[in-house]
Design a protein around this ligand. Structure first.
Ligand SMILES: [Zn+2]
Length: 572
């Protein structure tokens, strides 16, 4: 397949290379951006259109055991969105947990070319990679779950930092993972005993460590290994009123960790909206986004993503490794699949006690005060954090809502009029009384949007080969039919709903919103920098321990090369 192309006359947004809508031609040869045209390159003229690097989604649950459980326990999710087979596309189902093939197609149509699956249970890594193999077009990476791991907690308690780093390096290698994921540190371990943690300094039962110790310890190990991304954290007390204070406390505890060379940040808090709540109960629930944004505006060691709530046409399928939270939501939501008895549907999964998970269907309703406030908080975060390199656009798909609603989020961020219409006509007036959204005039520019959806997310992830269109970058490009000098909310939503072109490594994969090719994407992994001596010593220790104390075998963890035939290793 020809991978040389010249994209002529587009208005190029490439913040990493200081291009802000300038007219430029982009040349791609053998899948990579080059500085002059290839003789037999295909030429497309995109005069007047917006050209950006391919989208990079930093947090979206698209593959693995919990995603597949979400698919199988919600037939009603499939009935409303069947997808027919096309000339070159497979059939499938869509809506909140699309089948793997549909996931690849739909992301490509939005102009996205890289997506991160942020929660991979160690023992179900193979399942995650199997689904990656069946998810076409986009590149993928997965984050192994380490925040409630017994070895991690033991090494932290004993202050064996070399061994902790060695263990993390081995897990990344064995599971073909990319970065360290921490979900409700300590809380999921306590959940195995029917309990949770409520503060950073609570005890993790039987382990002699606290959530703070876990986050600090893994943060330290992450920087020792010089991993490309920071630790990626789903905080404690997610979803609870008043949790913005815990969030800021968590940010403060990371002030003492030094970043590796090449990045300022040491910590990524994911789906921050769910951890930006003020008030003390659901009755006086309000926004804590202002306080969080103020902290970020004064500190550069933290990045976050939004976790925006969407008012979708049907219930979404919430899914997280935060088992105790899903149990709470299952009681809060009082929802069943068929509108029968409240709280009927709920899945709880524990993977050999190494991590938890839960799934609950949930419908965000604009007329419900709490949901309207949640919707406003996500937007407040994105509009109040001044530096767009510190906040990424996500819905925590499918938790806040399915990723296919990104064009709506973009419209809300770029057009105050649309937001005001929503506040006046659609959502509960609690969004106006309990948040500051109505007073925010900021409208994101195309450059800022480009940062929040590709340049910034690639930088935060430490992926230097994408998120920009400089020479040597991967030839992933998205092109939108939008006139930057004349765009209203409607035009913005329409343009971002269907890319005019999506180009993957120099090949046109979407044209006028239709899939034109379905190449297999790359699996991106990282291994970290560690001395052989330290690595070998850790493995000896771990193997020995396994034999005596664990129900599973050392060899159960390794994901064989066949699971990732097209792989890219990104190291420091
Ligand atoms: Zn998530």
């Amino acid at each position: 397949m020809k991978k040389s192309i010249t994209i002529k006359n587009g208005l190029v947004y490439d913040p990493i290379n200081n291009l802000n809508g300038e007219k430029r031609d982009i040349h791609i040869k053998d899948g990579v951006v080059v500085n002059k045209p290839d003789n037999d390159a295909k030429v497309i003229d995109v005069k007047g259109m917006v050209v950006m690097p391919g989208g990079v989604d930093i947090h979206s649950h698209i593959a693995g055991a919990k995603v597949n459980s979400g698919r199988s326990f919600r037939p009603e999710d499939h009935f409303i969105d069947p997808v027919k087979r096309g000339k070159i596309t497979r059939s499938g189902t869509g809506y909140s947990v699309p089948s793997t093939w549909v996931t690849g197609y739909r992301y490509a149509k939005l102009g996205y070319t890289t997506v991160i699956e942020p929660a991979m249970p160690l023992l179900e890594a193979r399942h995650t990679h199997e689904e990656f193999l069946a998810t076409p077009i986009i590149d993928k990476a997965a984050f192994p779950l380490l925040g409630n791991n017994w070895y991690v907690m033991e090494f932290i308690r004993e202050k064996e930092w070399d061994k902790l780093a060695g263990y993390v390096a081995w897990i990344l290698k064995a599971t073909k993972g990319y970065a360290v994921k921490i979900v409700n540190p300590g809380g999921c371990e306590n959940w195995a005993w029917g309990k949770n943690v409520e503060s950073l300094d609570d005890d993790v039962l039987h382990w002699g460590v606290s959530p703070r110790d876990i986050v600090e310890g893994l943060g330290k190990a992450n920087e020792m290994l010089e991993l490309p991304h920071t630790i990626h954290v789903h905080g404690n007390n997610l979803g609870h009123p008043g949790n913005y204070k815990d969030t800021i406390e968590l940010f403060k505890t990371m002030e003492k960790i030094n970043p590796k060379k090449g990045r300022d940040s040491v910590f990524h808090l994911t789906h921050c909206q769910f951890n930006a709540y003020a008030g003390t109960n659901w009755g006086n629930f309000s926004s804590g986004a202002g306080e969080i944004a103020e902290y970020l505006n004064q500190h550069d060691h933290i990045t976050i993503d939004m976790g925006q709530v969407i008012f979708a046409k049907a219930a979404t399928t919430t899914m997280t490794a935060d088992g105790p939270w899903e149990f709470a939501l299952h009681h809060l939501s009082g929802m069943s699949a068929w509108g029968a008895k409240p709280g009927v549907k709920w899945i709880n999964g524990q993977v050999e006690g190494e991590s938890a998970s839960g799934i609950v269907p949930y419908h965000f309703n604009p007329k419900v005060g709490v949901n309207a406030i949640q919707w406003a908080i996500g937007l407040e975060l994105a509009l109040l954090v001044k530096n767009p390199w510190q906040i990424a656009m996500t819905t925590d798909h499918p938790n806040g809502g399915p990723f296919v609603y990104y064009p709506k989020v973009i419209r809300w961020l770029m057009d105050k009029k649309t937001r005001d219409d929503m506040l006046e006509n659609t959502v509960s007036n609690k969004a106006s009384t309990q948040t500051s959204l109505k007073d925010i005039d900021r409208e994101l520019t195309l450059e800022e949007l480009c940062i929040m959806t590709r340049a910034g997310t690639a930088k935060t992830l430490g992926l230097k080969d994408r998120g920009h269109l400089g020479v040597g970058a991967i030839g992933d490009v998205s092109i939108y039919d939008l006139d930057p000098d004349n765009m209203d909310g409607h035009a913005i939503e329409k343009a971002f709903s269907n890319a005019a072109y999506t180009i993957k490594e120099g090949q046109i994969v979407v044209q006028d919103g239709e899939i034109t090719a379905t190449p297999m994407g790359t699996t991106i992994v990282s291994e970290g920098k560690i001395k052989d001596r330290v690595y070998e010593a850790t493995l000896e220790d771990v193997k020995h321990h396994w034999r005596d104390h664990y129900s599973i075998n050392f060899n159960n963890y390794s994901v064989q090369p066949e699971y990732a035939p097209k792989i890219k290793i990104v190291n420091a």
